[in-house]
Design a protein around this ligand. Sequence first.
Ligand code: KIV
Length: 259
Amino acid sequence: MGLPITIKKLKTMKQNGEKFTMLTAYDATQAMLCEKAGVDTILVGDSLGMVVQGHDTTVPVTVDDMVYHAKAVARGAPNTVKMVDMPFMSFAYPAQAIDNAARLMQEGHAEIIKIESTIHQAELITALSLHGVPVCAHLGLTPQTIHKLGSYAKRGKDKAEAQIILEDAKKLEQAGADMILLECVPAELAWQVTESVEVPVIGIGAGKDVDAQVLVIYDVLGMSGYIPSFAKNFLADNSSIEAALSAFVAEVKNGAFPE
Ligand code: KIV
């Protein structure tokens, strides 16, 4: 077996123009299957509040929930980079963010944490970074703010909002973010962000001109009840879960997904 993938390696992959893959996983078996299929990074997403716990939104998810699932994922995929979400209201101010990030890393074995961000999180991203916590800034559609947004619609469709997202991405990179994740933004904006920052940009519903693609594993395996327009049920054309996950990896790497 080769050396485990590291955040440094993911940055080198961007520099070399090599796409990488990310899937969500919430338990040890899903994580083990992702690792076996060659998925480069696993996201323990707070989407678990909806797909595992059955809530309507991700708002009820707690740090304890994230630690529980992250621990299980770490046991299943010891050699894969694990990103873990900071749930709603767990990073309201820098000291709280540092305490909770410490739990996700020390108890949950996260290698990088993800924070739904705007420029207002710049200060705490710097504080985390200075304490040795790698951070992925999640921009665009930020599901934890659903009660302010009112819908899960695409973000950055108008010029002014697109400009804010682009500027925020650049400023959060300067603040210390190690990766950017863009959810549900126009492909052109995602491309601009990807060209404007040196850190890897991961997209979901953000077109193909980004450095990496992430999907929710329940969508990839057709278990979500419905498939978002930007996702794909890879199990539909494959005869096993292993083959479906490998097809996701292959199609991202060769540019076939997203179409
Ligand atoms: O929680 C999650 O699964 C996510 C992805 C949708 C990117 O944040």
